[in-house]
Design a protein around this ligand. Structure first.
Ligand code: REY
Length: 325
């Protein structure tokens, strides 16, 4: 594989969810959407349960089934089946609502791409403007993120970029170059392309209050623990991790075929870190990448035992039933 240069672009996967959440929370600040109202008030076609609120979608508490469970049960065949497809939001939502909810709305955290596909549809429905335009006008341009774009349904990355290589489930087979794809299976849940400098700038700007008014930033950073030890939490389109040295960082992770991303910043946005691997479906690589958080924010003095203690033993962007280690 060619040497990776840090300025190169890559597919940031679910880090896109934070961009989508920022757009939604700006719309909330403008009085165009109420977080605690039923999502059905703002959607062209109703979800099967009126109790699902906009806040439940943003915090992965709607219970909506993650259709990528089924889609990527077999990694390479699943990928090849969708890599050139263009889905409507409604088609993806239909794949989810054909199944029962994982939990009653609001009752539990259950990470699901469906939530952020519904939010993309909601944003477009209430504003009449594509999400791509919102990301550009509200985030990319004001922050001068010149290496960041929303690439859907086009399949190619522009400028200087890292190619991505997907590991097959049969690990003896060669890696699959997965760089080009529509990413239509994720759209507003995963189709942003960026580079490390831009993601650092984005999360620093967000946590230091340059993208949202105080009230909405407080809503976004109000965290609910998602692991038994309480060290990993989710807010609204934003993760947080309590590290071994006591520092808490906020950001997001991403997993799309050929790319793993970790992009996090300190609570005040002063120090940020983005790390990338240009391969995926490999738990060892993902855990190694997770450890870069400890190394970056706690320093090389962090004891190895403490460092491994906070490395996730699972691939958190992938719905539990398709997780591999
Ligand atoms: C999809 C499968 C993961 C990735 C996903 N990503 O939902 C969203 C996210 C956008 O949260 C694929 N794994 C891999 C498999 C496992 O296919 N059978 O590792 O590239 O970022």
């Amino acid at each position: 594989m060619p040497r990776y240069r840090p300025a190169r672009r890559f597919r940031a996967g679910s880090v896109t969810k934070t961009f989508t959440a920022v757009v939604l929370l700006q719309l909330a600040a403008e009085g165009r959407v109420d977080l605690d109202s039923p999502a059905n008030r703002y959607l062209p076609e109703p979800l099967p349960d009126d109790r699902i609120t906009v806040r439940h979608l943003l915090g992965h508490r709607s219970g909506l089934y993650d259709y990528t469970n089924d889609m990527f049960h077999d990694t390479v065949p699943g990928f090849e089946a969708v890599r050139n497809k263009v889905f409507s939001y409604q088609e993806l939502i239909g794949l989810s609502t054909a199944r029962p909810l994982n939990n009653a709305p609001g009752a539990a955290y259950s990470y699901s791409n469906t939530n952020f596909v519904v939010l993309g549809q909601l944003i477009e429905h209430i504003t009449g403007t594509p999400v791509a335009t919102h990301y550009r006008q509200r985030i990319f341009e004001p922050l001068w993120l010149r290496n960041t774009s929303y690439v859907h349904p086009g399949t190619t990355l522009s400028g200087s970029y890292a190619r991505g290589y997907l590991r097959p489930d049969d690990t003896g087979l060669p890696l699959v170059d997965s760089t080009e794809q529509t990413l239509s299976w994720a759209q507003s849940a995963g189709a942003v392309v960026s580079n490390a400098a831009d993601l650092n700038r984005f999360f620093s700007a967000l946590l230091s209050g340059r993208l949202l008014p105080d009230r909405q930033l407080r809503e976004m950073t109000t965290m609910v623990p998602v692991t038994a030890d309480g060290k990993q939490s989710y807010g609204l389109g934003l993760r947080s991790r309590q590290l071994s040295c006591g520092t808490t960082v906020h950001g997001h992770t991403g997993t799309v075929q050929g790319y793993y991303t970790y992009a996090f910043t300190t609570s005040d946005g002063t120090r940020s870190m983005t790390s990338l691997a240009n391969t995926s479906n490999n738990g060892t690589v993902n855990a190694t990448l997770g450890a870069t958080l400890e190394a970056s924010f706690c320093g090389s003095g962090a004891a190895a035992s403490r460092r491994t203690a906070s490395v996730p033993s699972f691939t958190e962007d992938i719905a539990p039933r398709i997780t591999r280690n």
